[in-house]
Write a protein that binds this ligand. Sequence first.
Ligand SMILES: CC(C)(COP(=O)(O)OP(=O)(O)OC[C@H]1O[C@@H](n2cnc3c(N)ncnc32)[C@H](O)[C@@H]1OP(=O)(O)O)[C@@H](O)C(=O)NCCC(=O)NCCS
Length: 182
Amino acid sequence: MPATWPLTTERLALRPVEPDDFDAIWSYRSRPDVRRWLGGSLDRDEVRQRFLEPEDRRTLLVVLHEGDVVGDLMLIVQDAWSQREAVEQARASVGLLGWAMHPDAGGRGLATEAVRELVRHAFDDVGVRRVVAECFADNEPSWRLMERIGMRREAHHVLDSMHRDLGWQDEYVYALLAEERR
Ligand SMILES: CC(C)(COP(=O)(O)OP(=O)(O)OC[C@H]1O[C@@H](n2cnc3c(N)ncnc32)[C@H](O)[C@@H]1OP(=O)(O)O)[C@@H](O)C(=O)NCCC(=O)NCCS
């Protein structure tokens, strides 16, 4: 069923990103404590360009609290791996999730509330059957968030991911199936 925007929760509204959101997004994404764990460019203009690309605008949502942008969420719909004869059944069945929140909005469960709604949206509105998220193993706030919303740690990759400052790092992969939702 198509989503009705904005999506709302008790304290938050979620809607697709718009070009005018960029300054608010950059105010936290440019902070060392936020970008420490994020991939992608550190260059303002490159990041701005990304947020203006129609392709990316379809995959990025902003999180609003009391009218202000306090974070952003990613939902990229992908095909699951399949044998050749089953490609159609596997199409658009996986939602790859991501998130970044302003630290000023941290520690109150707002990210948890936003990601819980993102997962609901992925299952109910978009129709994926499985959601997946990855993080550096040392990014404890991120994997604790995944565990709070009921995602399962499915993989621990050892020293497989290169961090710009820390070198090779472990990575966790978390997932949840639609039928496993609480
Ligand atoms: C990952 C990130 C979103 C987590 O933020 P967070 O503030 O820890 O998450 P929440 O907003 O859900 O808050 C959780 C905290 O609020 C507390 N809390 C208070 N009220 C709560 C409620 N109603 N519901 C849930 N938690 C609540 C929790 O106990 C928890 O506290 P704790 O960390 O002391 O255990 C944030 O650290 C971030 O943006 N990091 C930088 C970007 C990043 O790493 N992105 C992911 C890359 S993989």
